[in-house]
Design a protein. Structure first.
Length: 102
C-alpha cells in the first residue's frame, strides 16, 4: 500500500534506508536549473539511473518545494513517484483519475 508525504525528513530517511540518493534528470539539469528531480537507487541492478545526475538533498528539497511536489512511496519496496501536491490531494480524496505525475 502506498503512502504520500511532503515531510523532508521522512523522505530522506526512507530513501537513504534503501540506498536512494537525490537526483535530477541529466538533460534538464543545466545552467543553474536543477530540472526534473527523482530519487535514484544506484546499487539496485533494476534501477534505471544512467540518465540521472546526483544532486544534494538541499537542491532536491528546494526544487521539491518550489514545484509544490509530494512523494508517493511504498514503505517495503523501492517504489516511489514524485507528483504534484494538487494531484496527491485529489487522489487522497478518491479522485483516482487525477494525473499521476507532472
Amino acid at each position: 500500500m502506498s503512502e504520500t508525504t511532503t515531510d523532508h525528513d521522512k523522505i530522506r530517511k526512507w530513501a537513504e534506508a534503501k540506498g536512494g540518493k537525490p537526483a535530477a534528470v541529466g538533460r534538464t539539469h543545466k545552467d543553474g536549473d536543477v530540472g526534473i528531480i527523482r530519487i535514484m537507487f544506484p546499487k539496485n541492478p533494476q534501477s534505471e539511473h544512467e540518465a540521472l545526475t546526483e544532486i544534494s538533498w538541499d537542491e532536491f528539497f528546494k526544487e521539491f518545494e518550489k514545484r509544490q511536489l509530494a512523494l508517493v512511496y511504498e514503505e517495503d519496496s523501492l517504489f516511489s513517484k514524485i507528483v504534484g501536491r494538487d494531484t496527491a490531494e485529489k487522489r487522497a480524496h478518491g479522485d483516482h483519475s487525477a494525473a499521476r505525475h507532472r
